[in-house]
Design a protein around this ligand. Structure first.
Ligand code: ARG
Length: 579
């Protein structure tokens, strides 16, 4: 059994189908909102009864009669509630059994999927002309969380960092690089700050017509493969990737160079994309450019919107490369799903690319192409987050500040801890706070970046969860029983049972994130779990109790700690044994 929810959906779905005579009826099982309603609630009866125009309570009674409790001993009892819900109570004995199963050494906490898929996760994907800025944070950490979750649930994940490394800007950058390389003492030092370097190059380009001509010629030479230009470009890209890698390492993001599938990687495929579109009769001329018109995409006045494939000067576009990427992911990587973790503002782009790809046969029949869109990180002024002077904020600088602020907090809370230890804790707390505050928001909404709330030790924050984990670990450390012999013997107290049932629901949440790509559900779950633990801890003494109860409760502590640790790890957050 993967999870109670999936087992109940199967069981009651089958029963409902047979009672109603409707194939694949949806039992629509949800977790109960209150313990007195049982552990789960079957909500699907009502809509089926509506279809059949019969009394839902009557259908519910027949569904209950259909379910053989002897064959499914994990259910203790079922009862009809309200207009026709079915409340399901789990068996305490089976809850204990399942909980103890999870406590066995090397337990996975989550079973692997029976139908493992190959899933491409395209995320982070910055433009290499500049350094990563705050706008890259969301995609980078949401994508990384999804990659971890999919892997944990048994899928084969292929990370793809679709970095921008081939636009016209690179002509300007390498021309400027060549120029400064000649002035003796500077050279590579310039590239230490790509932001400054870009700004200087752009100023040269805007202010010096001769330089602009050189820069434009450089793009052509680069794209036609002249070695000298390729070398300079490679040097620049290499430097820029080193900057990215530093950010990934600080963020505890799993991307490395082996996950690169840069725009330039698709160069040789672009002419095939052209011919593919031509033979599918999709390509048209419009003002000298080669475009595809799709009837379903029209502008404000109802006139068709073109997807530009090739500019009049022969240059290819962002969409062209993405079509090649769809083809590669479909037929070379043989993916079942491809997730594009990209800003919501690119949603029209992806709808168009997916639609053209399908029409032209660049996507396979089986692949599911999904734009995992996210909103914008806003400043307190309600505009996209920037510095006071309106510049974009480098991601490294934001993360440095997070660690500094966390150090201040940790030092205040724990002044006696030695400096090195405080630094170590501050690093985890600061980075986790930034990550968690983002991951805990519904990804499709914009949100306001706020230091005070993300670094608070109260509420749905990383510091709160890290602290809860460290506290549970300190309780466990105070006992002398070896962890391997932990066993949960009873869940008679309400708080004890609530916590245990919540622990057993962990896989449901992780499976949901794997299919729907909303990490905030995992955050909410962990927050509620920590809350239930605190209630359990207040209501149920542990170390003061007799050995049997004490050990059983310690076992629940251990399972809570394991679950928190793994859940946070799926968010890309490291736990601390001590805080
Ligand atoms: N480099 C792009 C940008 O910075 C994001 C690329 C996302 N992935 C893709 N396959 N288009 O906006």
């Amino acid at each position: 059994m993967h999870s109670y929810k999936s087992a109940l959906n199967d069981l009651f779905g089958t029963a409902l189908s047979s009672v109603a005579g409707i194939q694949n009826s949806n039992a629509n099982v949800i977790t109960s909102s209150r313990p007195e309603f049982g552990d789960y609630q079957v909500n699907g009866v009502m809509s089926v009864a509506k279809q059949l125009k019969t009394n839902p309570r009557e259908i519910a009674a027949r569904v209950i009669a259909e379910v053989d409790l002897n064959a499914h001993p994990f259910i203790a009892k079922m009862e009809i509630a309200g207009p026709g819900f079915i409340n399901v109570h789990l068996s305490n004995e089976k809850i204990l059994e399942r909980g103890n199963g999870l406590l066995t050494p090397n337990s996975l906490l989550i079973e692997k999927s029976d139908e493992p898929q190959t899933v491409v996760v395209d995320y982070s994907s910055p433009n290499l002309a500049k350094e990563m800025h705050v706008g890259h944070l969301r995609g980078t950490i949401i994508g990384d969380c999804l990659a971890r979750v999919l892997e944990k649930t048994g899928h084969c994940v292929i990370r793809q960092n679709h970095v921008g490394d081939w636009g016209t800007q690179f002509g300007m950058l390498i021309s400027y690089m060549k120029e400064v390389a000649n002035d003796a003492d500077t050279g590579p030092k310039h590239l230490a700050d790509l932001e400054v370097f870009y700004r200087e190059a752009k100023t040269r380009f805007d202010e010096d017509a001769e330089f602009a001509i050189i820069a434009r010629a450089a793009v052509v030479k680069l794209q036609s493969g002249e070695q000298e230009y390729l070398d300079a470009w490679e040097k620049f890209i290499n430097e820029s990737l080193t900057h990215c890698q530093a950010v990934y390492d600080t963020l505890n993001v799993t991307l490395t160079r082996e996950h690169l599938a840069a725009e330039s990687f698709y160069n040789d495929e672009l002419s095939k994309i052209m011919s593919g579109l031509k033979s599918a009769n999709l390509l048209e001329e419009s003002n000298g450019a080669k475009v595809v018109f799709l009837p379903e995409f029209v502008g404000k006045e109802g006139n068709p919107l073109p997807v530009i494939i090739q500019k009049s000067d022969g240059g290819f576009l962002y969409a062209t490369t993405d079509l090649a990427a769809v083809k590669y992911r479909s037929f070379s990587l043989n993916a079942d799903r491809a997730l594009y973790v990209v800003d919501a503002r690119q949603s029209l782009h992806f709808q168009q690319v997916f639609s053209v790809a399908e029409k032209a046969g660049f996507s396979s029949d089986k692949i599911s192409l999904e734009h995992v869109a996210y909103g914008t990180m806003m400043g307190k002024d309600g505009r996209p987050f920037k510095t006071r002077s309106g510049d974009t904020i480098k991601l490294v600088e934001l993360l440095d500040e997070a660690v500094k602020r966390a150090l201040y907090l940790v030092s205040e809370k724990n002044p006696t801890l030695d400096e090195a230890k405080r630094q170590e804790i501050a690093k985890e707390v600061g980075i986790s706070a930034v990550k968690y505050s983002d991951l805990s928001k519904n990804r499709t909404s914009d949100y306001v970046f706020d230091w005070a709330s993300m670094l608070s030790f109260e509420g749905n924050t990383a510091p709160y969860l890290l602290y809860a984990y460290a506290r549970i670990k300190s309780i466990i450390r105070k006992s002398t029983i070896p962890t391997a012999s932990y066993n949960i013997e009873s869940c008679n107290e309400l708080e004890e049972r609530n916590l245990l049932v919540k622990l057993l629901q962990y896989p449901e949440i992780v499976y949901a994130v794997a299919s729907d790509s909303y990490p905030n559900h995992l955050c909410n779950y962990l927050y509620e779990l920590a809350g239930l633990f605190m209630r359990f801890y207040e209501a149920c003494p542990i170390l003061k109790e007799d050995a049997a109860i004490r050990d059983s409760r310690l076992a629940i502590c251990a399972l809570t700690a394991d679950t928190l640790k793994q859940g946070l790890d799926l968010l890309g957050i490291n736990t601390l044994e001590q805080m």
